[in-house]
Design a binder for this molecule. Structure first.
Ligand code: SF4
Length: 749
């Protein structure tokens, strides 16, 4: 396409800054990005972009990009050429493999990778021989995946952005879409125009709360009690959907939950725990129950808790109780963070999984050995036994590797002994800085225990700043998503193709090609000798059959992009004239072919599950998340991810709150999560009992001192460990990260 005003070439792509997946067009002149335009007929965003999406060209053309391959050696940055640096890094990786085994390396991928790059990094780690591979989803929505996979069946949004137009009542909890996913809000607004209602339940009064129809406050960290209180009122007043529960939920566990757990959460008790007026709880429960269809929607405000899995299960339980799951305008709209966090998770960049959630057991590895042998897109062959040889150890091959949240335990304090015989010696962070990790001091210590660290990124980041003189650092410049093609899966499970707009700038390389070059240097390039990036997706189509990544071929995704105007914004289905034939688009196709898409003529699945069908007839079973059901699943070995001790304990015991403002028995995370007020009727999330303390000059240490005087058990060191906020940092920055840093002066770029 050509911009009629300027004559510039226009290239369609998808925004890389959040999981909504807004389409846009990049203006190109002489292989250079010169601007961007809206893509008005993209059904996801209809041309809308927020300030993040509207500034993609700034990222692309920034002078602060990492431009050359660099090595930090003895405190000096040295420029190297690609062949030299790849030879050196992969030589050292092969030495580790031979000397102490493949488990000596940690591979961190990225939720900003395309599906193809995400799949390749998981495949690369498998051929190297380790499950020490993970990515950012661990620290954002892994609690959703665990909580929901054990409830519905798979960890994903049950509907999509556009379906938010259809909601009757939408409970938004732990999500502030007006700021985090702004363009999605247009669909929420349409629901309001149609008479739908959005109710925000949050500790904070957010921008979304201001635009919603109602707001209900509860104390931070008391989500489970809050939701149980709603369920209690619904059940006590016979407002639940008994028939739905009987046909779709494991009945014995439902009865146990109803009879043993729920009675502890009457509205009066929950009001005490949550600081929510009883009338608000009752009104909200009745509004949800009266709705024709309601949904419970969340993002990281619900997941990033010590008991995040408990929260996400509770949200789903509420939706199950009302029988509003698996229908248009209902279910659980779960908003992911990064642009491809759904795809990277689906494709197995996960210490406990292989692509497609096949797990790590023998059957999973046999499946993937078959796929990697049968793939017509690469020349290599590998048997299951040869794959075992690559891991050196069958037990470790079937065991979860280190996660991105705990990888430093692989190198500190002999903790690796819990997981593997030897410590980590090297780490590769590919599209991932370290600034988002908690326990930052431990992260720094971990980095400095490594022999070397490799960082592949668009910009220099904290990884380089953390290392001391004993740890070598390699920084490799990556291409942006405007400089390489590939697919991405948005939060609604829709895949979209991103075209390459320009060649990689400076001396950057495309992720997928660089991953294949790593494989080649490591000695298994015959499994990575794809002709084009499309072939990687074709191999995914071949192998990821479990959740239906089968029918989203490159050809169909490109045809959907080209003919996006044929799809309805209302329900995302193509509306072709009877006699019209468009290659790659069929009448009834859903835009982006949301998974599951079971074959290359399947239209895609905009609403996950079919509650009208019995599981035996093709509907999907709603596994129960009531405690004992999940515990049984663990006992049966169905879900090694779930540890009943860690995840299934009741996270809000009413005894924690004795009603008199005493903190005895309340888990103590002073300064970090909830501090309860003396008066239980006060709205109180993070309301510190310090008069006038919270002006902008108040430091973390001031707050600690004041709390200490009030008799609170303050653990400042733990706070620092978890947040990396220095004691003299302004309290208002709360969990602000490390000091501002700037590598420009230090790196010869
Ligand atoms: Fe990009 Fe998300 Fe903004 Fe859309 S809402 S423009 S995908 S950051």
């Amino acid at each position: 396409r050509v911009d009629p005003g300027t004559g510039d070439e226009l290239v369609k792509t998808v925004c890389t800054h959040c999981s909504v997946g807004c389409g846009l067009q990049i203006a190109v002149e002489d292989d250079t990005v010169v601007g961007q335009e809206s893509w008005d007929d993209n059904p996801v965003n209809q041309g809308g972009l927020c300030s993040k999406g509207a500034s993609l060209t700034q990222t692309e053309n920034s002078e602060q990009r990492l431009k050359e391959p660099l090595k930090l050696e003895d405190g000096e940055w040295v420029r190297m050429d690609w062949d030299e640096i790849l030879e050196e890094i992969t030589g050292r990786l092969n030495d580790i493999r031979e000397e102490t085994g493949p488990h000596g390396t940690f591979w961190c991928g990225s939720a900003c990778h395309s599906n193809e790059a995400a799949y390749l990094i998981r495949k690369l780690a498998a051929f190297y021989g380790t499950n020490n591979v993970d990515h950012q989803a661990r620290i954002c929505h892994s609690t959703t995946v665990t909580g929901i996979a054990n409830t519905w069946g798979v960890g994903a949004m049950t509907n999509n952005n556009n379906d938010m137009r259809n909601v009757d009542v939408n409970l938004i909890i732990g999500h502030n879409p007006l700021e985090s996913h702004p363009v999605a809000w247009q669909h929420f607004q349409e629901a309001q125009r149609r008479g739908g209602t959005h109710i925000v339940a949050e500790p904070r009064y957010t921008k979304t709360a201001a635009a919603a129809d109602d707001y209900v406050h509860f104390r931070s960290g008391t989500d489970v009690a809050f939701i149980y209180g709603l369920i209690h009122h619904i059940v006590e007043n016979d407002l639940h959907d008994e028939e739905f529960i009987e046909s779709r939920v494991m009945v014995p566990t439902w009865e146990e939950f109803r009879d043993d757990v729920l009675p502890q959460y009457d509205v009066e008790t929950v009001s005490d725990i949550c600081g929510t007026p009883e009338s608000d709880l009752r009104d909200l429960a009745e509004t949800l129950a009266d709705a024709e269809v309601s949904c419970v929607e969340w993002a990281m405000g619900g997941t990033q808790h010590n008991n995040g899995t408990g929260n996400t299960r509770a949200y789903a339980m509420l939706n199950l109780t009302l029988g509003h799951a698996a229908q248009e305008g209902g279910g659980t709209p779960i908003y992911r963070g990064h642009d491809n966090v759904q795809g990277a998770t689906d494709l197995g960049v996960d210490a406990g999984n292989t692509p497609g959630y096949y797990g790590l057991d023998e059957g999973a590895w046999e499946h993937w050995a078959n796929v990697w042998t049968e793939s017509p897109y690469t020349s290599g062959e590998i048997s299951y036994d040869e794959l075992v040889d690559r891991f050196h150890d069958t037990e470790l091959m079937e065991k979860n590797g280190f996660t991105v949240a705990r990888w430093f335990e692989g190198v500190l304090d002999d903790q690796w002994e819990i997981y593997q015989p030897d410590p980590l010696r090297a780490a590769i962070f590919w599209g991932h800085g370290l600034g988002s990790l908690s326990e930052y001091k431990r992260v720094r210590e971990g980095v400095n225990e490594l022999e070397f660290i490799v960082n592949v990124d668009i910009f220099p980041n904290q990884v380089a700043e953390l290392a001391d003189a004993d740890t070598d650092v390699y920084m490799l410049p990556a291409a942006t998503n405007l400089e390489e093609a590939g697919s991405a899966t948005n939060t609604g499970r829709q895949l979209q193709w991103r075209n390459q707009a320009v060649s990689p700038r400076h001396n950057a390389r495309k992720d997928w090609e660089l991953l294949c070059q790593f494989a080649d240097h490591l000695g298994f390039g015959d499994h990575f000798d794809y002709d084009e990036v499309e072939d990687v997706l074709r191999e995914i189509n071949l192998g990821v059959r479990s959740v239906g990544y089968i029918g989203q071929t490159p050809e169909r995704l490109k045809a959907h992009q080209e003919h996006a105007d044929r799809f309805s914004v209302e329900d995302l289905r193509a509306e072709l004239e009877d006699d019209e034939e468009i290659e790659g688009v069929q009448d009834g196709d859903v835009y982006g072919l949301p998974w599951p898409c079971w074959h290359d003529e399947h239209p895609g699945t905009p609403i996950l599950y079919d509650a009208s069908l019995h599981p035996a007839e093709g509907g999907m079973d709603f596994r129960s998340n009531w405690w004992d059901g999940a515990v049984d699943a663990v006992d049966d070995g169905d879900d090694p991810e779930v540890d009943p001790e860690d995840h299934l304990r009741d996270p809000v015991d009413p005894d924690w709150w004795d009603g008199d403002g005493e903190l005895e028995g309340v888990p103590q995370y002073p300064l970090f999560t909830t501090v309860l007020p003396d008066d239980p009727s006060e709205p109180a999330s993070l309301t510190l009992p310090i008069e006038g303390a919270l002006d902008e000059d108040t430091s973390v240490a001031d707050v600690a001192e004041a709390l200490d005087e009030e008799g609170y058990d303050v653990d400042l060191e733990r706070y620092e460990d978890f947040t990396n906020a220095q004691p003299d940092a302004p309290w208002g920055r709360g969990r602000a990260r490390m000091k501002a840093w700037n590598l420009e002066d230090e790196i010869p770029v």
